[in-house]
Design a protein around this ligand. Structure first.
Ligand code: FES
Length: 107
């Protein structure tokens, strides 16, 4: 099983199993990581799944689509160079071990 780590606002690290093909917003919500809100369910209309890519195989991340790029201009926490919307990050074997810091706040 592929794994990802979420770093919460208090610094706690949550390692979660993420099936290949599952987006990381869904994986966080399914594991009770409440700091990822995911209001729109992954339809790229809320920006409440904002994360910063902290470590791991960042080179294997999918390219950012223009719609994700535009939505990142509406995040509650300031956008950074490593910002992504986790609903757009779909787990693959190449992303095993990805580490994401959850942006705070999300709304
Ligand atoms: Fe709404 Fe990602 S869950 S943009």
């Amino acid at each position: 099983m592929t794994k990802a780590t979420f770093i919460c606002a208090d610094g706690a690290r949550r390692d979660v199993d993420v099936p290949v093909g599952t987006n990381l917003m869904r994986a966080a919500c399914d594991h009770g990581i409440d700091e990822i809100v995911g209001d729109c369910g992954g339809s790229l209309s809320c920006a409440t799944c904002h994360v910063f890519v902290e470590d791991g195989p960042a080179h294997a991340l999918p390219a950012m689509a223009s719609t994700e790029d535009q939505m990142l201009d509406y995040t509650a926490a300031p956008r950074q160079a490593t910002s992504r919307l986790s609903c757009q990050l779909v787990m693959s074997a190449a992303l095993d071990g990805l580490v994401l810091r959850i942006a705070n706040p999300q709304v």
